[in-house]
Design a protein around this ligand. Structure first.
Ligand SMILES: NC(=O)c1ccc[n+]([C@@H]2O[C@H](COP(=O)([O-])OP(=O)(O)OC[C@H]3O[C@@H](n4cnc5c(N)ncnc54)[C@H](OP(=O)(O)O)[C@@H]3O)[C@@H](O)[C@H]2O)c1
Length: 283
């Protein structure tokens, strides 16, 4: 059977790669995004949601630092918007794949977070995404909440491009934080994983990220080694950046459940980085 899939937030970094992956998989794919499709408006979602097998909610307020001073805007999209999407999906019998984040955790652990670990977000963005998760779950229906982290992809500003561009245009040294550890994930790899989840009709909560882990400093070091070996990278602390939003220190997500479902691990962050650098023409 040919699956029909609606990608909400289809112009964003993840949504655009997901729409392409769905097309490659032979799904009938319908992309929806602002300004015509606005998840802040329940009536808009109700009127414009096509009758599909799956809706994948990649639409979100993703400006982590701005969210600290724009709480209402962040919650309007990430919490109330997610709720509207879940309500419409539940009423229409549409399966919902809702995208969430490692920022729902406080990052104080020293081992990867599993799905049932207690969430305790540090900032407004994480709090709004956690409220979105809760709304999706409370609405019932067939849902899969997929938590991921540290995304990079062609259709959005991201760490890999920022580092590679700086190296090419100005050179080093680079100053990068070494006290935030995650598994940077290539959106193309994540999109392929979402296709698998839909084919397998999975439900519940699942963590899906690149395999492995690294600090942003280690990640920058690896990018430098590919793009312009020999340039200096200096480790600094998050506190030196003075960013408005606090970020979790160690927020690696355990992929064991995903592996048990699909029988194979996600590509590593190094594989994602290499593929992305090639795609962007940096190597
Ligand atoms: N980026 C990361 O590192 C990361 C990490 C973990 C989880 N996530 C999650 O992954 C998902 C995708 O993130 P992303 O990085 O691809 O984000 P993104 O590039 O900012 O894409 C989000 C898309 O949603 C759209 N959008 C915003 N408000 C909307 C609304 N009210 N109604 C409909 N569409 C709306 C945006 O449009 P505009 O651009 O016009 O606002 C954009 O096209 C999000 O749920 C995010 O929380 C991201």
């Amino acid at each position: 059977m040919r699956l029909r899939v609606a990608v909400l937030g289809c112009n964003g970094m993840l949504g655009s790669d997901l729409a392409k992956a769905c097309n490659r998989a032979g799904f009938e794919t319908i992309g929806l995004d602002l300004p015509e499709f606005d998840i802040r408006d329940f009536n808009n979602v109700r009127s414009n949601m096509p009758q599909v097998d799956w809706a994948v909610n990649c639409a979100a307020y993703t400006k982590v630092d701005d969210a600290e001073s724009h709480r209402q805007e962040a919650f309007a999209v990430n919490a109330e918007g997610a709720h509207s999407v879940a309500r419409v999906c539940e009423r229409r019998g549409i399966r919902l794949l809702h995208v969430s984040t490692d920022y729902i955790f406080d990052g104080r652990r020293t081992r990867p977070y599993v799905e049932k670990d207690h969430p305790d977000p540090l900032g407004v963005y994480g709090a709004s995404k956690l409220q979105g998760e809760k709304s999706v779950r409370a609405e019932g229906g067939h849902f899969l909440v997929a938590r991921t982290q540290s995304l990079f992809g062609r259709n959005g500003p991201n760490f890999v491009r920022a580092i590679a561009k700086k190296l090419v245009e100005k050179g080093g040294p680079l100053r990068v934080v070494d006290d935030q550890v995650s598994a940077p994930t290539y959106t193309v790899h994540l999109a392929e994983a979402f296709v698998q989840m839909m084919k397998l009709s999975k439900e519940g909560i699942v963590h899906i990220t690149a395999s492995g882990e690294c600090s942003w400093f280690e990640f920058a070091r690896a990018i430098v080694d590919r793009v312009k070996p020999g340039e200096e990278v200096i480790p600094i602390k998050s506190s030196e950046l003075g960013r408005p939003a606090p970020r979790p220190g160690y927020s690696v997500l355990d992929n064991s459940l995903y592996i048990s479902w699909t029988k194979h691990p996600m590509p590593t962050w190094q594989e994602g980085m290499d593929a992305y650098l090639k795609e962007e023409g940096f190597v």
